[in-house]
Design a protein. Structure first.
Length: 233
């Protein structure tokens, strides 16, 4: 109950409804660490705002709608003890415990998370090495340019593309169409996941400054759905 009130908001008798963390994160980031440790009923509340960008609170005769268009960032361990697949430490969990832990995340909720990535544990030697790769400033500039491309092209962000606009600005060539069709059959993608793959592929292309969505952009977007399909089984 405490988790639910904190995320959704609340409305006491005789008082006005108050927004929760979902609405307070509007146009920002909502971070949930150890996501499966939240009660499943609480996590299911995220489905509506992730789809519509709004959250509805109804208490007795009072109803309220709050904006909730946030970016969800969540983290979880591979199992309750956290060592499944770790070559350095042995996992102590039974298959039933692993399954129960992962089943706290429903398929419909995972369907609404565009990108899922598995991050393996790093050895100490890697932690002691100097950081490599592009700086945060470099990526900030690339993302700003990609967002600017979206506004110039469609007067909105890729995440907001629906219907005819989605078909127009996320059009695929023959190779890409066949690739997505095969992936949909292999991964059993829902219609929602299918459209989300297209939006992610469009964003990847924008980050690279590309007008068309290439098969490489699409393949990368599809790869981000594989973990969700594994967890949902």
């Amino acid at each position: 109950m405490v988790y639910s009130v904190a995320l959704i908001g609340r409305s006491h008798r005789g008082s006005h409804p108050r927004p929760g963390e979902i609405s307070l994160a509007h146009h920002g980031i909502l971070f949930l660490d150890e996501m499966p440790e939240f009660p499943r009923a609480v996590l299911e509340v995220l489905r509506e705002p992730l789809e519509s960008g709004e959250i509805h609170i109804a208490r007795a005769a009072r109803r309220a709608t709050f904006p909730a268009r946030f970016q969800l960032v969540a983290a979880m361990n591979p199992c309750p003890c956290g060592h499944l697949g770790d070559p350095q430490q042995m996992c102590r969990c039974t298959p039933a415990q692993v399954s129960q832990y992962r089943n706290r995340l429903s398929g419909p909720l995972l369907d609404r998370i565009d990108i899922q990535m598995e991050v393996p544990a790093l050895p100490v030697s890697a932690l002691q090495e100097a950081a490599q790769g592009e700086s945060s400033a470099y990526w900030r500039e690339r993302i700003a340019q990609a967002v600017d491309r979206q506004w110039q092209r469609q007067q909105g962000r890729n995440a907001q593309l629906q219907g005819e606009l989605l078909a127009q600005f996320c059009a695929l060539d023959a190779v890409g169409t066949r690739l997505l069709s095969r992936a949909s059959e292999t991964l059993h993608l829902s219609a929602r996941a299918y459209h989300r793959v297209l939006r992610v592929a469009r964003s990847i292309a924008d980050l690279e400054g590309s007008d068309p969505i290439s098969s490489q952009h699409l393949a990368e977007a599809i790869q981000y759905r594989r973990l969700a399909q594994t967890l949902a089984r």
